[in-house]
Unconditional design. Structure first.
Length: 275
């Protein structure tokens, strides 16, 4: 029943950006008998974004209480206080207001890039150009998250990262006739990246590992958690293996992807589960 409760998600994304490019170009002038032009400029951009993701399962706590006779965050619940040790950085997830996840992300990015290009006429039909561009950028991201699906991440964290690159460009243009040209360009490209968040820190009292038995038995201490996995042909759990397999569990009251050092044959798609 819990697995079939509707789960609406509210998503709000906003972007504010300012960018400006200043460019100064010369008239053609003869240097060593070669017609030459130059261009110099500066590019600046400032971008601010906001992503608000709030997800709920209306009726989750009431339905859980009705089915099991105790609250979803009580000591008797497998996802209650014993799920992991709460700290200031990793606070307890109480499923307040039937919230299962929220993630509020505030990225910022600033960049400045001076550039220049020198063009020259080798012959009336053959022209060349040499260009150079330098970019310096800074990206930052403030993240505020919570709810069961944020398990393993700090409640609040910020990351900052700097980028820089020098990108040259060389090009040739040959006029075959008044209506046809040939072009050749060699250039180095660069794409700005973004800040990298922390690696999820799974607490020692987190999701219990699977133990040898059948796929219908998922044992944690004195709690027996039956579950069903779809498209299974081999229903035996195998003990520890060198590879780490991912078993996707769709379990009531929660849905979670759990990495376990065991595997249960065939695919890792998930069906209904009851705790």
């Amino acid at each position: 029943m819990l697995g079939f409760l509707p789960s609406p998600a509210g998503y709000d994304a906003r972007t504010e950006q300012f960018s400006q490019e200043l460019r100064l170009s010369s008239k053609s002038a003869s240097i060593a008998g070669i017609a030459t032009t130059w261009t110099a400029g500066l590019y600046y951009a400032n971008q601010r974004r906001r992503f608000l993701d709030d997800e709920y399962i209306p009726g989750l706590r009431a339905t859980f209480q009705q089915i099991y006779g105790y609250g979803i965050y009580s000591n008797a619940s497998v996802v209650g206080p014993s799920y992991y040790t709460a700290t200031a950085a990793y606070p307890a997830e109480s499923f307040a207001n039937d919230l299962i996840y929220f993630g509020h992300i505030y990225p910022k990015q600033q960049q400045i890039a001076p550039f220049g290009e020198l063009g020259f006429e080798i012959t009336p039909a053959l022209k060349g150009a040499i260009g150079l561009r330098y970019v310096s950028a800074r990206s930052s991201e403030l993240v505020d998250s919570g709810g069961f699906y944020s398990y393993g991440l700090p409640a609040t964290y910020s990351v900052n990262q700097k980028f820089s690159a020098t990108t040259p460009k060389f090009s040739l243009e040959y006029a075959i006739n008044p209506s046809s040209n040939l072009y050749a360009t060699i250039a180095k490209g660069f794409r700005l990246g973004g800040p990298t968040g922390p690696v999820p820190a799974f607490q020692p009292n987190g999701p219990p590992p699977a133990t040898p038995g059948t796929c219908g038995d998922f044992v944690s201490a004195d709690r027996r958690v039956p579950y069903l996995l779809s498209n299974r042909t081999d229903r035996r759990l195998r003990p520890l293996e060198p590879a780490i397999r991912t078993i996707s569990l769709l379990a009531s009251p929660v849905r979670q992807t759990h990495t376990s050092p065991t595997r249960c044959g065939a695919t890792s798609s998930a069906a209904r589960a009851d705790i």
